[in-house]
Design a binder for this molecule. Structure first.
Ligand SMILES: Cc1cc2nc3c(=O)[nH]c(=O)nc-3n(C[C@H](O)[C@H](O)[C@H](O)COP(=O)(O)OP(=O)(O)OC[C@H]3O[C@@H](n4cnc5c(N)ncnc54)[C@H](O)[C@@H]3O)c2cc1C
Length: 425
């Protein structure tokens, strides 16, 4: 790679998500050369992807150019590249644009969608891990509404207007709530000649509750909100297959849909090349110690969703959420500073700042340590936290004004098919 030679130690960060960016920002005062590599030239604020999918926000209000984040930091370099392999013996990272050597390597590659080996579902499902995927869902939804408006066959029309979301974690619940809002406030005005009751939203979950990672109170409240919205809940139900038209469930039931969105799980976006002991194959995550150092690899660290760290408080690892990723990035920056001075590192202790999900206008559930609540106040907190967590002042202003506009007008204005999605059927 074309990078200047330096006498400083080189820190290479793979991935500019929550973990990679929080680390990079905190490295600015250290005497190191920092190279950030990502396969996208922007940072994605994944918690608001569902609003892009459902026309509530434009994609560029939840993404931010990585070069802009790094522009005021000296000795920082960005390379748009996909990392394919690491060679720990030679201390090299192999990418699709060339090799780069490192003194310290930080893997912050996050996760990708997990289809649990079901190739039929993988081939036919829509997933929502990136901006292009969120835009695909938006296009498909609008394309199917256009087809339905012109369709005389009732069964075919119903398949076009059925929305099946698999996985009732925060992403699935938020998506279901957003589709329900479109059904209630937006689509009846756009498609005046369609019977909007033909649009159905189905949410499938293998567990016996929605929002399984949250408190019982949050699950109960979210269930009530979703039911009031007319969302069909299929709890204790495993979706076994989807061929592009027919959803097959483990209880033998079937349902037709052209909108099948898979939010049922993630697996680590691990990079090849490290020792087999370092990777937990079942979850594709790197096993790290309390300093985020990958087991058996002295100068290689993993942070964020890709890292698996067991502690007394979190014997099954930390939740795969933004906060652990941010906190690990910040601590690692401090620890690298200590290492450079010949000091010892501080172990990671997660400060749980809570968990939340919104189910639409005025409705959200919040679990904070020691207190759980739902309703309008929770929704207000949800909005405030998400707004303040966005990268960049411009994005915060744009999202704020979009939300105010959508709230006052009962609208979701980004209903454009700018890049049609080609379905297999
Ligand atoms: C739809 C959705 C909603 C979510 N909602 C919430 C929420 O409300 N609250 C919450 O706390 N968390 C939420 N999460 C989880 C949260 O987004 C993640 O926990 C967080 O992004 C993890 O940060 P990370 O830095 O580890 O990984 P990521 O943010 O995923 O970043 C990984 C980066 O690595 C890059 N990358 C990956 N592989 C390579 C490679 N081989 N070469 C180069 N670059 C690579 C990617 O392009 C990406 O930029 C949500 C996630 C999703 C998908």
């Amino acid at each position: 790679m074309n990078l200047p030679e330096t006498t400083r130690k080189r820190v290479v960060i793979i991935g500019a998500g929550f973990a990679g960016i929080s680390l990079a920002k905190k490295l600015r005062r250290l005497p190191v050369q920092v190279v950030v590599i990502d396969k996208h030239n922007y940072h994605t604020f994944q918690p608001l992807l569902y609003q892009v999918s459902t026309g509530g926000l434009e994609p560029d209000s939840i993404a931010y150019p990585i070069r802009k984040i790094l522009k005021k930091l000296h000795n920082f370099y960005f390379r748009l590249a996909t990392v394919n392999k690491i060679n720990p013996e030679l201390k090299e990272v192999h990418t699709d644009i060339g090799k780069i050597s490192y003194d310290y390597l930080i893997i912050a590659t996050g996760t990708r969608t997990n289809y649990f080996g079901n190739t039929e579902i993988q081939e036919n499902a829509m997933s929502m891990k990136s901006v292009p995927q969120a835009l695909n869902i938006r296009s498909l939804m609008l394309q199917n509404f256009e087809l339905a408006d012109n369709c005389q066959d009732l069964e075919e029309r119903k398949a076009l207007l059925n929305f099946c979301i698999i996985g009732a974690g925060p992403t699935g619940v938020e998506l279901a709530g957003a589709f329900a809002e479109l059904k209630k406030h937006v689509f009846p005005k756009d498609y005046r000649h369609l019977n909007i009751d033909e649009m159905e939203i189905h949410l499938f979950e293998g567990a016996d509750v929605v929002l399984p990672p949250m408190s019982a109170k949050a699950s109960e409240k979210a269930t009530k909100f979703l039911e009031n919205f007319g969302v069909h809940l299929h709890l204790n139900t495993i979706v076994k297959g989807y061929n592009g038209d027919l959803v097959k469930m483990d209880n033998g039931e079937e349902i037709r849909t052209r909108n099948f969105i898979w939010t049922a799980g993630v697996t680590g976006a691990a990079v090849e090349g490290l020792s087999s002991d370092a990777l937990i194959k079942r979850i594709n995550r790197f096993k790290v110690d309390r300093y985020n150092q990958i087991l058996g690899h002295a100068n290689i660290f993993a942070i964020g969703d890709i890292a698996y760290m067991e502690t007394e408080a979190y014997p099954k690892g930390h939740p795969q959420m933004a906060q652990p990723a941010i906190q690990q990035g910040e601590l690692l920056a401090m620890n690298l500073g200590r290492l450079l001075k010949g000091g010892s590192m501080k172990p990671f202790v997660y400060r749980n700042k809570g968990n939340m999900a919104t189910i639409g206008r005025n409705k959200a559930v919040v679990d904070l340590p020691g207190i759980e609540f739902g309703g309008f106040f929770a929704w207000f907190i949800w909005m405030f936290v998400h707004l303040m967590s966005l990268v960049g002042f411009r994005n915060r202003v744009i999202v704020f004004f979009n939300w105010v506009y959508n709230y006052i007008n009962y609208d979701k204005a980004a209903r454009l098919i700018v890049r049609p999605f080609r379905t297999r059927i």
